[in-house]
Design a protein. Structure first.
Length: 122
């Protein structure tokens, strides 16, 4: 049962990964913004601001659940989650500087971690 749940969570990760990459359409990824880069607000990014990071956390959860591993769960909670939160905070600060009001408006309408299914994929 645990392995099945872990596998299902891993599939959620794959869906978030593929959906995120499909939303970029040639935009550079990484912790920087290129000179001609535009703000991505469509695809999965129209439903959730950080689908790749959420997907990575789901994958860590998948490993912990599939293996029934308290160690993996503890590492996720104590190390991985705080690391991602720090990274996300820095990235959002960068995006506010680069995209200004457009990014602030985006943040006001698109949730950070829990997808908005009402918005749908745009």
């Amino acid at each position: 049962m645990a392995a099945s749940i872990g596998a299902l969570l891993a599939l959620v990760y794959v869906a978030l990964l593929v959906g995120s990459i499909a939303s970029w359409r040639g935009v550079h990824s990484g912790h920087l913004v290129l000179d001609n880069q535009t703000l991505v607000t469509t695809g999965l990014y129209g439903m959730i601001r950080h689908p790749l990071y959420v997907g990575a956390l789901v994958l860590w959860a998948a490993v912990a659940v599939a293996d029934l591993s308290i160690v993996a769960a503890a590492l996720t909670v104590v190390f991985v989650v705080p690391t991602y939160l720090a990274y996300i905070t820095r990235e959002e600060e960068m995006m506010r500087v680069v995209f200004g009001d457009a990014y602030q408006s985006y943040c006001s309408s698109v949730p950070r971690f829990i997808p908005s299914l009402r918005r749908g994929i745009r």
